[in-house]
Design a protein around this ligand. Structure first.
Ligand code: 87F
Length: 722
């Protein structure tokens, strides 16, 4: 399709002479960076880019007028912002037809060079938007795929400009400052502006702390993925790390994880589970021996092959999960039914070298989790445990993180292939309308026990030749993904909103209303009142902190703690001293009120509980409002496009699930996925909820599957997902 030779010779006439470098074909920026990291002789400084092709929504009769956006990979190329700049409505990603028909290229290989392939009759209608940041950066080279994602050329920004100029008939070319556009309030959608609480206007804007802006540049509604990262970064919950997919958990986030650990650890200990720790390294041959279990996961396994400059005799795998590490020891330790049940858990990190777009907390190459592995004599014993663990996982979400989840069973397609059944808690991210798996608890049946020979003699039978019983196993895991789900749901345009039970600081006390008019004595009195409140709250176990830092205005302190999501702010000023009361402000609703000094401890404790309950109730209402019962296929995709999950009467057949995915994956359907790296996404089953809808009732032998018309077995929850 593409003619690389012609292109390279064209580039060389423009002063560009280096041939493209070759590498593995890539389909994301991360894979690209990774592929280039293995190539030698590259320019010392270069920028990765993305080229996106959009088309405005337009009547079928009109000529197609595509918009080609050439930008740094990190620029916030939000389709709405670009649409506003070009005065075009509803920009969507161009379909494969446009890519192949007009640009003679395919998804993943789009680059500015595709412009040279546009037929003469179309080129006049093409609009090109170039990222100013790309043109302004004159210090390094710019990397593009020359029509093929397995090659990269490095050109200067001058060459890029000359190339664009050289495209005959191309007249609409504009430069755009994406950073400024993202920061400008005009770029935010009207709804976002309207929903900003009035208090935000009063808070100090754009105050500078060592060069970092305090506020957020984008809104949750306007550019969700940039908002998510920026909000967490400014809340000081994580930082980036120079290995793709790895992130640092800063104390505020690690605190949450420790609260989850305390709660969950107590829960599993009370079920008789014991903690243990197994090595993170897996002998290569042990892992390979379990090919069936590893199948499909193998590309994600990371290996150690060298120590210093010595190649290891046998490569060693780093655990992506610990079945193959632990189960040989289950076989050794379980000798008789009296050794059952064996219930072990470990808190550790695991490594899965994923190539999909990494996202802090949600998709990271190393993550923290607990993994529980138990062996039982009977299926019943194992099944009861599977459900008990699932209940604990639901309680972590609801009782600690104020996040509602739906408990259910995974479909055949979605369950862990190594087991008999996977149960799950599913969350929902309203801002994107996508479901997210929050934790899983598997009934492994006897699959692993047969593979690893974990068996006991049947206690029911007697005699010398008693039959062997293979044990029934469970495994279950909950990870730091919990923190990401919580942040996506509760965070807002002022930053993080912490659910009270996991907030490192639950109450911040800020002295207010002090000016140069006050005497030192008055100042001292107010500060003492703050310290007194802090001490009284701490006595009752409330995590309170008086912020008496000098040289910071109250407004600055408000923003600082709002960004970190502290649930309650108390303000104490001269008037409050007179009234013997404090002013409180809720982080979640911005609601303000007065509270008497006397009995304040109880009032604060009640308020923290109330905030938790209301955060959970609001999130639950939002999830319920975005869960639609759909009874005919025609309503399925429109509901997804309204950012909903759908409950459908379903036949539970695997082929039907494949068809549902295919029928809901179409470019025209792509409404406004904020992440260009994601392909237009089909829906999959999230779970078969334990709590089934009652209305309309599902009648066996009568109610039909919404997709294929076969007999429906249960209601299933479907949705786009993470
Ligand atoms: C990635 C690489 C290698 C998931 C993997 O869910 C192996 C795997 O087995 C793998 N990703 N899994 C499934 C994990 C199953 C199970 N393990 C214990 C859990 C919970 C905790």
């Amino acid at each position: 399709m593409s003619d690389i030779g012609a292109l390279v010779s064209k580039l060389s006439t423009m002063g560009f002479s280096d041939p493209p470098v070759e590498h593995a074909a890539v389909d994301s920026v991360d894979q690209w960076a990774e592929a280039l990291s293995t190539v030698s002789g590259l320019p010392s400084k270069y920028t990765l880019t993305k080229t996106l092709i959009f088309k405005p929504k337009q009547p079928k009769s009109e000529a197609i007028a595509p918009v080609v956006v050439i930008a740094k990979d990190v620029s916030a190329t939000n389709s709405k912002t670009i649409g506003t700049e070009l005065k075009l409505k509803d920009l969507r990603f161009a379909s494969d037809d446009i890519l192949s028909g007009i640009f003679q290229t395919a998804k993943g290989s789009v680059s500015p060079f595709a412009l040279s392939q546009v037929p003469k009759e179309n080129i006049g209608s093409v609009r090109v938007v170039i990222d100013k940041a790309l043109l302004n950066d004159t210090t390094g080279k710019i990397a593009f795929h020359p029509l093929d994602s397995s090659r990269t050329v490095f050109i200067s920004n001058e060459t890029l400009k000359s190339f664009i100029k050289s495209v005959e008939g191309l007249t609409h070319v504009i430069e755009m400052d994406f950073a400024a556009a993202a920061a400008a309030p005009a770029a935010a959608p009207a709804a976002a502006k309207a929903s900003r609480p009035a208090a935000a206007a009063a808070a100090p804007k754009a105050e500078e702390v060592s060069g970092t802006k305090l506020g957020l540049d984008v809104t949750k509604e306007g550019d969700f993925s940039t908002w998510y990262r920026q909000m967490l970064m400014k809340a000081e919950m994580y930082d980036n790390y120079p290995i793709s997919g790895c992130f640092i958990l800063r104390p505020l986030a690690y605190f949450i994880w420790q609260e989850i650990q305390k709660f969950l650890d107590a829960g599993i200990m009370s079920m008789g589970v014991k903690n243990s720790y197994f090595p993170m390294f897996i002998p290569g041959d042990v892992l390979e021996r379990e090919k069936d279990h590893i199948e499909g996961f193998a590309p994600e396994v990371a290996w150690v092959t060298r120590a210093g400059s010595t190649e290891l005799a046998e490569p060693i795998a780093i655990r992506p999960t610990s079945e193959t590490v632990m189960y040989p020891y289950f076989a050794k330790w379980i000798r008789s039914h009296r050794d059952l049940p064996l219930k072990l858990n470990q808190w550790c990190s695991v490594v899965r070298w994923e190539f999909k777009n990494p996202t802090p907390f949600l998709r990271t190459r190393e993550f923290l989790w607990q993994e529980g592995h138990c062996a039982h004599l009977t299926k019943d014993g194992a099944m009861t445990e599977v459900r008990e663990i699932l209940t604990l996982y639901r309680r972590v979400y609801e009782e600690l993180l104020a996040v509602p989840v739906i408990e259910g069973v995974k479909s055949e397609n979605e369950k862990f292939a190594g087991g008999d059944a996977t149960t799950t808690v599913e969350g929902f991210i309203p801002a994107t309308g996508r479901g997210i798996q929050g934790g899983t608890s598997h009934y492994l049946g006897q699959n692993f026990s047969k593979m690893f020979k974990i068996s006991v003699e049947d206690p029911e039978s007697t005699g010398a030749d008693r039959p062997k019983l293979f044990v029934h196993q469970t495994s279950w895991g909950l990870s730091t993904r919990t923190i990401g789900v919580m942040a996506m749901i509760h965070g807002d345009n002022k930053g993080m909103v912490m659910p009270p039970r996991v907030a490192e600081t639950q109450v911040v006390i800020v002295p207010c209303g002090l000016s140069s008019k006050q005497t030192d004595e008055e100042r001292c009195e107010i500060e003492n009142a703050c310290l007194n409140v802090e001490a009284r709250l701490k006595m009752l176990g409330v995590r309170a902190e008086a912020d008496l830092r000098e040289n910071y205005t109250p407004g600055f302190k408000f923003s600082h703690w709002e960004m970190r999501g502290v649930p309650i702010r108390l303000e104490i000023g001269p008037k409050d001293l007179v009234n013997q009361s404090v002013t409180f402000v809720r982080r979640d609703t911005s609601a303000k009120g007065q509270m008497a000094f006397e009995g304040m401890e109880a009032a604060i404790q009640l308020l923290l509980i109330k905030i938790h309950d209301e955060m959970l109730a609001r999130a639950r209402k939002e999830m319920e409002d975005h869960t639609k019962i759909v009874l005919k296929w025609a309503d399925f995709v429109p509901a997804l496009n309204k950012k909903c999950m759908v409950l459908i009467p379903w036949c539970e057949r695997s082929e039907c699930e494949d068809q549902i995915k295919a029928r809901s994956t179409r470019d025209e359907l792509q409404d406004q996925l904020e992440d260009e790296k994601e392909p237009s996404m089909g829906a999959k089953s999230l779970c078969l909820p334990y709590k089934q809808p009652e209305n309309p009732p599902l009648v066996h032998g009568q109610t039909k599957c919404v997709q294929c018309g076969e007999d429906a077995k249960r209601y299933a929850l479907f949705g786009r997902s993470y």
